[in-house]
Ligand binder design. Structure first.
Ligand code: ADP
Length: 692
């Protein structure tokens, strides 16, 4: 560009030169001077044009022509000063006007100004709010440009340069006034830019329209959602904003907030107007991906004078949300249907309260059509069980267990019923919650109670029958010591009759013999009492299987002898203990031995034998009872453990011995098996895990 740097202060008339170099005038100074009213008219016209336009080049050029006209300049330019990334500054021409018929128009010089064309000292002056002159080479002569700084928002952001101006105090005052109007206008532009940046930055699709329904902002998120770039739609009215969403010009919610139309409003589901806001759902078939459901929020915008200036509109794609809600609703209904069909009470509660319950639960609790609270639920539980339930609930919520089963009693229709609960830890709204399934087990429990009573009765009966079968043996057991006592005591009495001299040693030997026999009888009686005792359900303890065998044989051993049966015991010394109950283990051994005796009684053999053996292997202790009678027919082998299965005559067997023995051994976590041995008889193998 052709630009001549002034060698010294520009050659302006003294008064003007001084005025130009000074800082902008203060108001009082201006008021003292008389001005041409034409200046005020032009100033008003400029202000009006700038207020209405933002960037429109024609309008800006017109403003500059007015400035040039009023100041008798040959041309005028408006520059924007901005910062570069490197920290320097850049000048950008915003508008210019050049007089066509000027003899010496500054031609291109005025429009190609660079920041470096202004010297640092001139920049310094401009920063301080003072004007400075630049010399441009026109076609025929040099032209001086009066560079006037513009300070919108207190920053040097623009330069207004009339060229070839004939400065007078009045034109200078006019120029400063025009500069003020430009500053206000640039401040407004800055604000608008900031607002546009903020709207652009917002992650929610947002657009703004003015009161004439012309789109003024269309942010990046809206571009992404619609596929329509801002430049394609900003500045457009006539319902053009409907096209990206509906493929046609039509009022969107943002139009309807300013200009209500009942018919159009009815096309939007959930359309709700509240004061200056509208919330609505819109189905927009033209959106990429085959259309979408949007949640729309629109608000009217007012200026400081409370005049409607437009509306801001934000949307959120809720298609997925709606789908999820729908499928959640579907699975919830299905869950409800299943749970009601299953006739179980179901509820979900987090630490704070019940978040879900089904109808059945309400029926159990006797509550209808009312919100059930956790307190209601706990109050419903029988007071004796309540604390236990609270403990379970807390243990689950604190993550000590993943699930728990428990029972409790609660009132139902004025009577107490029993409920079984399965409680499981789950997540609800990112918080731990408990899913509880309740079943009314009152009837079930009653049936189980009766069955148990029956079982106990049968068990007891079977034991009494066994005792009956043992009666002869018991009599024999007691008879023997009694006979011995009788022989000893009768001997002494006979000696007294015969006046024999009593030797003290003989007396004491006799008494010792009597005492031993009494002790033997006491043991037999104690064993019989133990055997008849009802102790099912007693805690398990460490038991030595050999001891159980010895106790049993102390009751029945002689009976076997009397039946001509030879017993062979092979009891392992140092047998590890098992977790069992001595009395019940004796009951099992007694059943097996009595069965063997009965089988041997029924067979024709002369060498009747019974073997009983103990040992341990693989962490278990075993007891094997075998006989050499006739064994068990194959078709019976699978039935002998069934309750009431017997091959014996009425009065000889109940068919319960083996089934009860099996359930006792199962209580010890062991098992019992039957097989035919190679001696021709049957063998029963009881295996129980070691106690330690
Ligand atoms: P019960 O002895 O009252 O019949 P159990 O349950 O004790 O009832 O025995 C069921 C059946 O098993 C017996 O009736 C019998 O047929 C068969 N049984 C049990 N032990 C033996 C054995 N040692 N030898 C042959 N059969 C046996």
């Amino acid at each position: 560009m052709e630009l001549l740097k002034p060698e010294k202060t520009p050659s302006l008339p003294d008064t003007v030169g001084e005025r130009v170099r000074s800082a902008r005038p203060c108001g009082s100074d201006r008021h003292t001077r008389e001005h041409d009213p034409a200046f005020f008219r032009v100033l008003g016209e400029i202000a009006q044009i700038l207020n209405q336009s933002s960037h429109e080049q024609d309008q800006l050029n017109k403003v500059l022509s007015l400035v040039a006209g009023a100041t008798c300049s040959q041309g005028a330019a408006l520059y924007k000063k901005s910062l570069t990334n490197g920290g320097g500054c850049r000048l950008e021409l915003m508008a210019n006007w050049l007089e066509q018929h000027s003899h010496s128009p500054p031609s291109a010089c005025l429009v190609g100004l660079q920041s470096t064309d202004i010297s640092p000292s001139q920049w310094k002056r401009l920063e301080q709010g003072e004007s400075t002159t630049l010399c441009f080479q026109g076609r025929e002569a040099r032209v001086e440009g009066l560079v006037t700084p513009l300070f919108p928002d207190n920053q040097l952001s623009g330069l207004l340069i009339p060229a070839g101006m004939q400065p007078t105090p009045a034109t200078m005052d006019f120029l400063w006034s025009v500069a003020r109007v430009f500053e206000l206008w640039m401040g407004k532009l800055n604000l608008e830019k900031r607002l546009t940046d903020v709207i652009n930055f917002a992650p929610t699709p947002t657009f703004v329209m003015n009161a004439d329904e012309v789109i003024t902002d269309w942010n990046r998120a809206t571009e992404e959602m619609t596929g329509w770039k801002a430049e394609r739609i900003v500045g457009k009215g006539n319902y053009e904003n409907g096209i990206p969403f509906y493929d046609e010009r039509r009022p969107t919610v943002s139009n309807l907030i300013m200009y209500p139309d009942k018919l159009w409003e009815s096309t939007y589901p959930e359309f709700q107007r509240a004061g200056d806001e509208i919330h609505s759902i819109a189905y927009c078939p033209a959106l990429p991906g085959g259309g979408a459901f949007l949640s729309c929020k629109t608000m009217k915008l007012y200026d400081t004078g409370n005049r409607l200036v437009g509306a801001i509109h934000t949307v959120r794609d809720i298609t997925l949300e709606r789908e999820m809600k729908k499928s959640l609703h579907r699975s919830e209904s299905m869950y409800r249907a299943i749970s009601d069909f299953a006739s179980v009470g179901i509820m979900v509660f987090d630490g704070a309260g019940i978040v879900y319950y089904n109808e059945r639960l309400a029926t159990f609790m006797g509550i209808h059509e009312q919100e059930i609270s956790l307190t209601d639920f706990l109050d419903w539980i029988h007071s004796e069980d309540r604390m236990q339930i609270e403990t379970h609930v807390n243990a689950l919520l604190q993550g000590h267990h993943a699930n728990l089963r428990f029972e409790f009693r609660a009132a139902h229709k004025c009577c107490l019923r029993s409920y079984r609960a399965l409680a499981q830890l789950m997540e609800y709204d990112d918080r731990p919650a408990i899913h509880l399934i309740l079943d009314d087990v009152t009837e079930q429990k009653e049936v189980a109670r009766k069955a148990r009573l029956n079982e106990l009765r049968l068990y007891h009966e079977d034991r009494l029958i066994a005792l009956g079968a043992m009666a002869a043996g018991i009599a024999h057991e007691l008879n023997q010591p009694l006979n011995t006592i009788r022989v000893v005591t009768d001997g002494f009495l006979y000696g007294r009759e015969q006046c024999w001299e009593l030797v003290p040693e003989e007396l004491f030997d006799g008494l010792a013999m009597v005492s031993r026999q009494i002790e033997r009888m006491t043991k037999v009686i104690q064993n019989i009492r133990n055997f008849a005792r009802e102790d099912r359900g007693a805690a398990l303890e460490e038991v030595n299987a050999n001891r159980a065998i010895e106790n049993t044989f102390s009751m029945i051993g002689h009976q076997l002898e009397a039946h001509g049966i030879r017993v062979e015991k092979d009891l392992t010394v140092g047998l590890p203990p098992i977790k069992a109950n001595l009395n019940r283990l004796e009951q099992v051994i007694m059943n097996l031995v009595v069965n063997a005796r009965q089988a041997l009684d029924a067979c024709q053999r002369t060498d009747k034998r019974l073997w009983i053996k103990t040992g341990s292997n693989n962490g278990s202790v075993y007891i094997e009872v075998s006989d050499n009678a006739t064994g068990i027919p194959d078709d019976c082998l699978i039935k002998i453990f069934d309750p009431f299965f017997t091959t014996k005559e009425v009065g000889m067997g109940t068919g319960l011995g083996l089934s009860i023995s099996q359930s006792i051994v199962a209580e010890f976590k062991g098992r019992i098996e039957a097989f035919n041995n190679d001696r021709g008889g049957a063998s029963f193998l009881v295996t129980v895990p070691r106690g330690m």
